[in-house]
Design a protein around this ligand. Structure first.
Ligand SMILES: C[S@@+](CC[C@H](N)C(=O)[O-])C[C@H]1O[C@@H](n2cnc3c(N)ncnc32)[C@H](O)[C@@H]1O
Length: 325
């Protein structure tokens, strides 16, 4: 059975303003904790749930068995949000939730290769049907690409040194396990720096995981679809766990809720320039002490919520203008 602590559960459900007859989407089903809370509040309403991990979906299906008639399971990447909802005849929804990243079971099942704490094959695919795993990234990607992802997605200062160690090793034989990779990362980081800032492999593992699953690309592409799909007065809630996803969320929400620059002396703001969303959380909501005591992962969690106040206009499309800084 999937055992998963649902981060910021009470706060998220409260901010989603669930209507018993509403239509909701949980983009990241995982263990099903948030979904169960949403489903419990529905009478004639319906919940669509996405997860690209079929194992997660099968376990959550059991966990949610009491609410089966109110839930449609969609085993797909949430980057296909619009397409999958359209295929099921859904025209708009009243609330969408993203609780990003990996679930505890994905981290805990050693063979999935997400953890730097346990020796396992290099994998890290959330969707086990995907063709690129951590093995391909580590053994086949060019030195420059490794440096780029370690630096951008892991904010690792010693990206070049670590990539050089990997390059040297794979000239002799492929790197096949997380244990071998942890050793190479340690060798690439000077001893003094290795003792600071948590486990030395943490940042590089995060970077590889983001790259393998194209996590930022999927999130960016899904967000604009969510913005179009949500009904008036509907809300989008996002829980992020690291600064890169939080930056995307914060900037997208700001973009959707701000009047774009207008020519000087513009007499009135035309309707299509009026921002379609308003911020429900000016500052992100973080876990309270009680939750922090129960769950370590909640420490880095940030919840942001927006509400749709006007019809969507393509003027506010966010993905096209986003640049990684
Ligand atoms: C943090 S867990 C969600 C936990 C869930 N809210 C709960 O209460 O149990 C994130 C889940 O989202 C899934 N996921 C991450 N990125 C995804 C994507 N792009 N498309 C579909 N599912 C994704 C992962 O496979 C994982 O099961």
């Amino acid at each position: 059975m999937f055992d998963h602590y649902s981060v910021l559960k009470t706060e998220t459900i409260e901010k989603l303003n669930i209507r018993p007859d509403g239509v909701y989407v949980d983009c990241t089903l995982g263990g099903g904790g948030h979904s169960k809370e949403i489903a419990r509040q529905l009478t004639s309403g319906h919940l669509y749930v996405f997860d690209q991990d079929v194992n997660a979906m099968e376990s959550a299906r059991d966990y949610l068995a009491d609410y089966a008639s109110s839930i449609t399971f969609i085993p797909s990447n949430f980057r296909h949000l619009e397409e999958e909802l359209q295929a099921r005849g859904v025209e708009e929804v009243d609330g969408i939730l993203y609780d990003l990243g990996v679930s505890s079971p994905q981290l805990d099942v050693k063979e999935r290769g997400f953890s730097y704490q346990q020796d396992a094959p290099l994998d890290m695919r959330m969707n086990q049907a995907d063709t690129i795993s951590a093995y391909e990234v580590i053994n086949e990607w060019a030195y420059e690409d490794l440096v780029r992802i370690f630096f951008r997605y892991g904010e690792e200062k010693f990206s070049k040194q670590i990539a050089r160690k990997i390059e040297k090793q794979r000239e002799k034989a492929p790197v096949t396990s997380t244990g071998e990779l942890v050793e190479l990362i340690k060798e690439g980081i000077p001893a003094a720096a290795r003792r600071k800032g948590g486990h030395p492999a943490k940042r590089v593992f995060q970077a590889i995981r983001i790259a393998v699953n194209d996590e930022l690309g999927a999130f960016l592409s899904s967000l604009d679809q969510a913005a179009r799909y949500i009904s008036l007065e509907g809300r989008i809630a996002v829980i992020t766990f690291h600064s890169l996803e939080d930056r995307i969320c914060k900037q997208a929400f700001k973009h959707w809720s701000t009047i774009p620059p207008l020519p000087k002396n513009f007499p009135v703001i035309p309707e299509e320039k009026q921002p379609p969303f308003t911020l429900i959380t000016r500052k992100p909501i973080e876990a309270v002490e009680e939750e922090l005591e129960e769950n370590r992962r909640s420490r880095s969690a940030k919840l942001r919520v927006v509400e749709k106040v006007r019809p969507w206009s393509e003027e506010f499309h966010f993905e096209k203008g986003w640049k990684m800084t």
